[in-house]
Design a protein around this ligand. Structure first.
Ligand code: SF4
Length: 717
């Protein structure tokens, strides 16, 4: 969908809604609910919406047509016309999505029409964790939550709200509610909220939020540990940027070098892949800075604070290089190419979190500063200050232990933390667990009450993208289809709870959220019609003064004795399922995994030499065991896997998550040791050692394309 077509189709809608049923022209555009009876069969309407399948917050547009559903009244079944969404596309006006969507964004339709959605309030009828529920009235569910909140409201640590809501009107509503009842701010489950990337930006430059990398205008990009075309901060935005980096400029083709400990989608798309040893990203980056300083290729070295420069110069270069597993000659060549490029850029991330990931991210900021690209085209841009509040990060299992009431809003701690973290035991003993989610997942199975909210495609909301591209950047959606079930907006539910508690509370509507940012030349109607507000110049920004905080780097720590557990285990966010939340979408189950082409399951990736030693072929069953648990999965012998490293995508292995995802495959997070990254309390999910053994069982991997294009002797019997 391009910009021109957007205006064509949205003006069609406008004509439709600006003419009322009597054929009389209305004065204002009303991009609101389209009554099903006003839709003619075959006629389409397009409406702006927002994708919330991950935190990137892409602006979308939805194609609405007349549809049908079967309803039951007084024991009889009737067919009823409804306005139904047939297709989602990217909103071409939104500078993040630019008219594009990723696979999960396309599949958001299957979340709206998922047969396993919670259709009405529910109360628990079984043991916690068993997911036995019966229908309840709204009054009953609201009273249950209000009573327990009232009892716990004297102590701020006793009420815990875990959310995955991105910054926007929903998170602001949650924040107001928690302030009204005297509870601590909401906390995010930090598997995919990129808390470390934000922390590093704050440590190096005092920035608040995720920096934006202007890949499209770079000439030479070095990615370090950031799978920015896969499951990193804003996959659609960086996918588009990558397209422009390669082919968007006449006669210029950017070169991408990717340094990562597995061949991710980004590494597979790069001109050159540097297979780093897991956890050696800080050493690799500091070795580069040292070579740049030694060879006087750092064009902006004088901007480095003296203490930081001294610590780089004092580093033992030979020791650093030996840690990375990359040959010295190659590393020096990369440093030279970076230093000599017209527009060099380093994009560092923690796609796999290690105990020392923060060191790598901070070092990368100093490296970019030395390369002179901060705030310049082709460089790193500081985050814009956003309205609303970002949720806090914390060690979630510890915080749950202190709580008495747990409110869940999309977060799934039972799935995203290993059993050794004690989350299940803590949740079994809480005074109340309540969920505002749309599905029964591993954690909602512990809930005493479910108060289901509308689907995002049925809701009014304003969302600030994870990586805003303009100083004022808010995507906006207002309802355009009727809610399918007996669900409610979150603000309305929290308002009812607050009333029951005799507490004053005001929900934040999308209009309230946007109003302070609305420029004089724009109206709310225009904002809703185009799906957001994106204004301001983003081309150059002043170079920040580095904080000069003392900087030290560390070696990663791994749990498990190497003699017993000789392999490093790397779970990673998958393209299809992200942090596991996409596993209940059948299109995503059906989508071939980009690495192994497996469908409806995710295998363990093993290198050919280890596989040969263990007599493992692709499709064989293996047991992967750590000092804290074991899982059984099929194997994929990956020609590019690092010897000594076992990788597995996150997504399958849910105990409860609807008909498509429950009890399917294995969850790699379930065997991790409870090792934490100290600065933000994130689970260091790359810090566990494992062993692996072949199981005597018939092969069981379903692959879309069983013959790899570069098939070697390792793959098949
Ligand atoms: S990156 Fe994909 S899943 Fe995430 S918001 Fe954008 S379209 Fe949705």
């Amino acid at each position: 969908m391009d910009r021109r077509n957007f205006f064509k189709i949205v003006s069609t809608v406008s004509a439709g809604v600006a003419t009322n049923a009597c054929g009389k022209k209305e004065d204002v555009l009303i991009p609101l609910l389209v009554p099903a009876h006003e839709m003619a069969p075959g006629e389409e309407h397009w409406h702006p919406a927002i994708c919330t399948e991950c935190g990137a917050g892409c602006g979308t547009i939805a194609r609405v047509m007349q549809g049908e559903r079967v309803v039951e009244r007084n024991g009889k079944k009737f067919r009823e016309h409804i306005a139904s969404i047939k297709k989602l596309e990217g909103n071409p006006l939104d500078p993040v999505s630019g008219g594009r969507l990723c696979a999960r964004g396309q599949a958001a339709l299957q979340s709206l029409y998922n047969p396993d959605r919670v259709a009405s309030p529910m109360r628990r009828t079984s043991e916690r964790g068993q997911a036995g529920f019966a229908s309840a009235s709204w009054d009953e569910a609201i009273a249950t939550v209000a009573d327990k909140l009232k009892a716990a409201s004297g102590d701020v640590s006793k009420i815990l709200f875990l959310t995955t809501s991105p910054n926007g009107s929903r998170s602001a509503t949650i924040q107001h509610f928690l302030e009204s009842i005297g509870a601590q701010p909401a906390i995010t489950c930090p598997l995919a909220d990129f808390a470390l990337e934000k922390k590093a930006a704050a440590s190096a430059f005092g920035w608040n939020g995720l920096p934006r990398y202007d890949l499209a205008n770079a000439r030479y990009a070095l990615g370090v540990g950031a799978d920015f075309l896969g499951g990193w901060t804003s996959p659609v935005y960086y996918g588009r940027q990558f397209g422009d980096f390669r082919r968007g400029r006449l006669g210029i083709r950017g070169k991408l070098v990717q340094a990562e400990s597995r061949m991710s989608i980004t590494a597979g798309s790069a001109d050159e892949w540097l297979p780093l040893r897991p956890g050696s990203e800080p050493q690799f980056l500091i070795a580069l800075t040292r070579v740049l300083l030694d060879e006087k290729l750092a064009r902006n070295a004088e901007q480095l604070p003296g203490n930081i420069r001294d610590s780089f110069l004092a580093a033992n270069l030979a020791g650093l290089i030996a840690t990375t597993g990359i040959a010295e000659k190659r590393l020096r060549r990369i440093a030279r190419e970076l230093g000599e490029s017209e527009a060099p850029l380093v994009i560092a991330g923690a796609s796999v979190v290690h105990t020392n990931s923060l060191d790598a991210l901070v070092a990368a900021h100093y490296l970019n500063l030395m390369l002179g690209n901060i705030g310049k085209p082709g460089g790193v841009f500081p985050p814009f200050s956003s309205p609303g509040t970002d949720q806090k990060n914390a060690n979630v299992p510890e915080t749950i232990k202190q709580a008495q009431v747990l409110l869940l809003d999309g977060a799934n701690p039972i799935y995203t933390f290993p059993p050794t973290s004690g989350v299940a035991e803590s949740m079994a003993h809480l005074g109340l667990v309540a969920s505002f989610g749309m599905f029964i997942d591993d954690s909602v199975a512990y809930a005493d009450a479910i108060l289901p909210t509308h689907h995002p495609l049925e809701s009014e909301m304003a969302v600030v993208p994870a990586v805003p591209v303009a100083p004022i950047s808010i995507n906006v959606a207002v309802p355009f289809v009727q809610p399918l079930y007996d669900t409610r907006p979150l603000g309305q539910i929290l308002d009812a709870i607050a009333r029951k508690m005799n507490v004053t509370f005001q929900a934040v509507s999308a209009a309230n959220f946007v109003q302070p940012m609305l420029p004089p030349n724009q109206t709310w109607d225009e904002v809703t019609r185009q799906g957001g507000i994106w204004q301001g110049d983003n081309t150059t920004r002043p170079v920040p003064k580095p904080s000069g905080e003392k900087f030290e780097w560390h070696n990663p720590t791994f749990s498990g004795a190497p003699e017993q557990f000789p392999f490093l285990f790397q779970p990673y966010l998958s393209l299809q399922y992200h942090d596991g939340s996409g596993a209940n979408l059948p299109w995503m189950q059906e989508l071939p995994d980009p690495v192994s082409s497996s469908m409806w399951d995710l295998p363990v990736e093993i290198d050919p030499h280890t596989a040969a030693r263990l007599n493992v072929m692709t499709g064989d069953w293996v047991r992967v065991e750590s000092s804290h648990g074991s899982l059984e999965a099929t194997a994929y012998v990956h020609p590019a896997a690092l010897p000594g490293v076992i990788s597995m995508a996150i997504g399958e292995g849910h105990t409860h998550y609807g008909r498509y995802a429950s009890k399917r495959g294995a969850n790699p997070l379930s065997i991790l040791s409870p090792v934490w990254e100290d600065s933000v309390g994130a689970l260091a999910f790359g810090a566990t050692r494992v062993r692996i053994a072949r199981l005597d069982r018939p092969p069981g991997l379903i692959q879309f394309s069983p013959n790899d294009r570069e098939q070697g002797p390792w793959g098949y019997r």
